[in-house]
Design a protein around this ligand. Structure first.
Ligand code: BES
Ligand code: MN
Ligand code: MN
Length: 452
């Protein structure tokens, strides 16, 4: 009841606060926005202080971790809330209908960078905390751990948790940084993919050369690079890196059967969500298996040579590519880095000088969703949504989750976004209905955890 009262009475102020939080361009990947990252952290810490917690900023001046503790209630369990206040760059800007850092409400959605990933979702948990503490002390002990580098590899938080592992001591960890399976279908995640992100650079010449005078004898760096890249995956989608699939396990028959029961229309998915003429990948595997349970190799961008307007006849001396592999349970980022490095060296022609820089990595996550906190979140969703949660996986990654799990507390991976939220893309949004469902669900989760 108190949650419902909060939702009705604090509706306007809560959305104004969400607006203020979303306005801060806390883009963690560009140093120009260091001060904005700090500002977002400070804003959140001030807000949590105002909500009755004791908040501090830890680990960095530019990308601090926000740590906040609720007033201690003896004898009650502890819920650790993890999320991130940093966002992805908003470009290409001209594809946004309204500016990414001027949150705008249209048809019940708030449009802004970070609306769903993850500021809006973090704020729905914070509002849920406010809802359940309105008339007194919290039903459960809550600790907030909200970082500012999730999108760039979580360095500050990783260092912090290595120095102070007791911070993750809790009875449950709550992470809301993903989405429902479909509208009306809340989800618990049983696995996330890991990632191994690298930059490959090829040098074939001391300097660029005239392509007429030297074309025919001078080795072209771009050509060497694309030949290497082209050999890393076969046209049927199999990644050609020796040993890569050794640790990969097919999901159990029971898990695959459960996925078959989810509403999924390949044609609509291909046309509306992917927007392509065909789906690629390993034949004989469903799209869900390909995105949730198999590794990938993707080329993110290639630079080198001449790409400006007009024409320039040059043989490039240097070319480089940013690439990544997504990893599935039992694969390890460090192992995959070694395997990729070895393969790239083998594929390089003798005249090419190759370097491979590891940019960031994360191990995959596998979660057993049977511990008691999962009963609390299931019940909370059932009460609010009137449907059972589905257990699914995601192809995305949350790099810090393996470290959060080292304290032994079950990690509840869930979300209140919707599949069409366009995270990382232009016109990212969060449905306000979903936001308020989050307030109700997480509020009930706190109450049920407190009573458990
Ligand atoms: N929230 C996403 C990951 C996500 C999305 C998980 C949907 C499950 C469902 C997160 O912010 C993200 O984008 N992670 C990055 C991590 C990477 C940069 C290390 C990703 O997956 O690309
Ligand atoms: Mn996220
Ligand atoms: Mn993200």
């Amino acid at each position: 009841m108190t949650i419902e009262n909060f939702v009705h009475e604090s509706n306007k102020t809560t959305l104004e606060q969400l607006d203020a939080f979303l306005r801060i361009p806390s883009i963690s990947t560009s140093p120009q926005h260091d001060r904005d990252c700090r500002k977002a952290a400070q804003w959140l810490a001030d807000h949590l202080d105002g909500a009755g917690c004791t908040a501090t900023l830890l680990g960095s001046d530019t990308h601090p971790v926000v740590w906040a503790e609720s007033p201690h209630v003896p004898g009650r369990p502890t819920v650790l809330v993890y999320g991130h206040y940093d966002v992805q760059p908003p470009d290409p800007l001209d594809l946004w209908d309204t500016p990414p850092f001027e949150p705008t409400v249209r048809d019940g959605n708030v449009y802004a960078r970070g609306a769903t990933d993850d500021k809006g979702q973090v704020f729905s948990i914070v509002a849920a905390y406010q809802a359940v503490t309105r008339s007194g002390s919290p039903p459960v002990n809550v600790k907030f751990l909200i970082e500012g580098q999730e999108e760039t590899g979580s360095e500050v938080l990783t260092d912090l948790l290595h120095r102070e592992p007791q911070r993750v001591a809790a009875d449950a960890v709550l992470v809301s940084d993903s989405s429902y399976y479909a509208p009306g279908w809340p989800a618990l995640y049983t696995a996330l993919r890991g990632i191994c992100y690298c930059e490959i650079t090829v040098r074939t010449l001391k300097s660029d050369l005239h392509s007429g005078l030297y074309g025919g004898v001078a080795p072209n760096a771009h050509e060497a690079l694309v030949r290497i890249l082209g050999q890393l995956k076969s046209p049927n989608g199999r990644i050609r890196i020796p040993g890569l699939y050794e640790a990969v396990e097919r999901p159990s028959a029971a898990e695959r059967k459960a996925w078959k029961q989810l509403p999924f229309n390949e044609r609509t998915y291909r046309q509306r969500e992917v927007g392509a003429k065909a789906l690629t990948g390993i034949a004989g595997r469903t799209p869900l298996e390909r995105t949730w349970a198999l590794p990938t190799f993707e080329i993110h961008g290639i630079t080198g040579g001449f790409t400006a307007e007009g024409a320039k006849t040059v043989i490039p001396a240097v070319a480089s590519a940013k690439v990544s592999l997504r990893l599935v349970p039992r694969q390890r980022a460090k192992t995959v880095e070694r395997q990729l490095r070895k393969r790239v060296k083998e594929l390089a022609p003798p005249y090419a000088q190759i370097s491979l820089d590891f940019v960031h990595g994360a191990d995959p996550v596998q979660a057993d969703v049977t511990a008691p906190p999962f009963d609390c979140i299931r019940r909370a969703f059932r009460e609010v949504e009137r449907r059972e949660v589905v257990s699914i996986r995601s192809g995305g990654s949350i790099p810090i989750v393996p470290l959060l799990a080292t304290g032994g507390a079950p990690v509840v991976l869930t979300g209140v976004g919707l599949p069409d939220d366009r995270l990382h893309a232009p016109n990212e949004k969060l449905s306000l209905d979903q936001f308020w469902k989050g307030v109700r669900v997480f509020g009930r989760f706190f109450e049920l955890m407190g009573a458990s």
